[in-house]
Write a protein that binds this ligand. Structure first.
Ligand SMILES: [Cu+2]
Length: 516
């Protein structure tokens, strides 16, 4: 007896490995998007309406749920899961209208993180092709400046440095798309700053929250900005770079399909669990369901099991537990009742630099270590397993509109030494997607926008620096370098970065080191 259909979301680089639209899945996606783009913006199943649910500078018609996207919050993952789930249903119906066979059609995902590198870090072929196989324009294609191009004149101040030329097959440097740092975090959520946890901080409705969870920070934010490129004015240039126009780019949905998949992959790791608080489980949002021809409410608790509750899975999900095979330990995570998250220990401040302004492509700041700080290196070296977790935090960060959007961060980088992201000094990235900039008035019950916090677990880094004799027990310093393509073949050098026409500044309220 066949059960209800379980749709399988597939890796787009497996569907179209060498030629755009070699798979009916991508061809049907393109044709369905074409159908949706012909519908008026007032139609909830139109391309414009669906994108505007995420965000838009346009005023919403009466009754429309626009500007709903959840960022900088523990609702980031469940809200986007609901969003692309309803979108997928609307596309499936549009496949039929476009004359295709919708049977089994599911939204593909763009897995930019896991090989074969480096090809997967370039934009999937179906998004880059200007035409469909029949010669008609490809509805999935988007031209510069709405997508990053390989243009030396890429607009806006230093942002040319992130010019991966994504629409011409450029690749995002793999260090910006790894999820390894996010997967270090075991807790889905912490209370507010400085550490948002894997899934984001505990908030209410949060349309423009700045304190992004670790998965949201990377790879999510980085992919948005590398695909969109420059975004100086609202929706005039890089769409993916701006939450108010990001979902107009057809790649948005494949990107979020992958982020949704990474949430499932994270849960398979031992000791990882979703939040269990009622305030999280019971939060609900409204979406348009084409099957019911109406808006429906969906709560977080309704979307935690993709197979049994939503009828979809990913092509690399482990086999269902019902199969008569030996159950790998990892599978128990999805099958088991929610596990209580480990108790959160308080954070202790051990280091601080005070306010920092970065007004050049390379900037730095120094701070002292106090309290338990001077002992950290030795504590870790003597017993890494029992040592406290150490975090580096950028607190209350604000960015001028014309400042760079991606910064690489180094800890204790010696003077005169070239920053090298493969070195023992490299911490991570600070990428701005929807942080600050133009704002809607806060929604009811929403806190006014605050400066951004970026937080990095540097426990292993400190251990490594201690082992190599470069950890300083008395103090620390951090170096900020405008991010993008340095060192890759054909990419601007760091010297080019230093000469970049960057006029805007990054203001950081404080750089702190905390222990747990
Ligand atoms: Cu996104």
């Amino acid at each position: 007896m066949a059960g209800p259909t379980v749709y399988v979301r597939q890796n787009i680089w497996s569907l179209d490995p060498t030629t755009a639209f070699s798979s009916p899945v991508t061809l049907n996606y393109a044709k369905a998007v074409g159908v949706m783009k012909r519908r008026p913006a007032t139609d909830p199943t139109s391309w414009a309406y669906q994108a505007n649910i995420h965000g838009t500078p346009d005023p919403a018609p009466p009754g429309a749920d626009w500007n709903q996207c959840q960022h900088g919050t523990w609702f980031f993952l469940p809200w986007h899961r609901m969003y692309i789930y309803f979108f997928e249903k609307i596309v499936r119906a549009a496949v039929k209208e476009a004359g295709g066979d919708p049977t089994g059609w599911a939204l593909p995902y763009w897995n930019y993180s896991d090989g074969p590198a480096p090809i997967v870090t370039s934009l999937p072929l179906a998004l880059r092709a200007k035409t469909l196989p029949d010669g008609s324009p490809n509805p999935l294609y988007l031209a510069y400046p709405n997508r990053n191009a390989n243009s030396p004149n890429d607009r806006s101040q230093g942002l040319g440095l992130i010019g991966a030329g994504i629409n011409d097959g450029g690749q995002i440097p793999p260090r910006y798309v790894t999820y390894a740092q996010a997967f270090v975090y075991r807790n889905f959520s912490y209370p507010p700053a400085p550490d948002p946890g894997f899934g984001g901080p505990r908030t209410g409705f949060s349309h423009q929250g700045s304190n992004h969870g670790e998965l949201e920070r990377q790879p999510h934010d980085n992919v948005h900005v590398f695909v969109g490129g420059a975004s100086a004015t609202v929706c005039d240039d890089g769409w993916m770079t701006d939450p108010d126009c990001a979902a107009r780019d057809a790649v948005f949905w494949l990107h979020h399909s992958n982020i949704d998949r990474l949430w499932k992959r994270w849960l398979l790791r031992s000791g990882h669990a979703n939040a269990t608080a009622g305030t999280w489980l019971n939060q609900s949002y409204r979406f348009y369901d084409p099957d019911k021809s109406a808006f429906v409410n969906m709560a977080v608790r309704d979307v935690l099991q993709t197979v049994s509750q939503l009828g979809y899975r990913y092509d690399d999900d482990p086999p269902p537990v019902a199969r008569p095979v030996r159950i790998p330990q990892a599978l128990v995570a999805e099958a088991a009742a929610p596990v209580e998250a480990p108790a959160v220990s308080p954070r202790t401040l051990v280091g601080s630099t005070g306010p920092v302004v970065v007004a050049a492509p390379v900037g730095s700041a120094a701070g002292t270590l106090s309290g338990q700080g001077p002992e950290l290196g030795q504590l870790i070296a003597s017993d890494p397993a029992r040592a406290p977790h150490i975090n580096l935090n950028l607190v209350n960060v604000e960015r001028d509109e014309d400042a760079a959007r991606v910064f690489d961060l180094y800890l204790n980088l010696p003077d005169q030494q070239q920053p090298d992201p493969t070195s023992v000094y490299f911490v991570g990235h600070a990428t701005f997607f929807g942080h600050g900039g133009h704002q809607h008035p806060p929604a009811e019950g929403e806190a006014p926008p605050a400066g951004t916090t970026f937080s990095y677990d540097i426990t292993n880094l400190v251990n490594e620096q201690e082992a190599q004799g470069v950890w300083d027990p008395k103090g620390f310093h951090v170096t900020f370098v405008v991010g993008g393509h340095h060192g890759e073949e054909g990419a601007p050098s760091l010297a080019a970065a230093a000469g970049a026409d960057q006029t805007g500044a990054l203001r950081i309220g404080d750089v702190t080191i905390t222990t747990e």
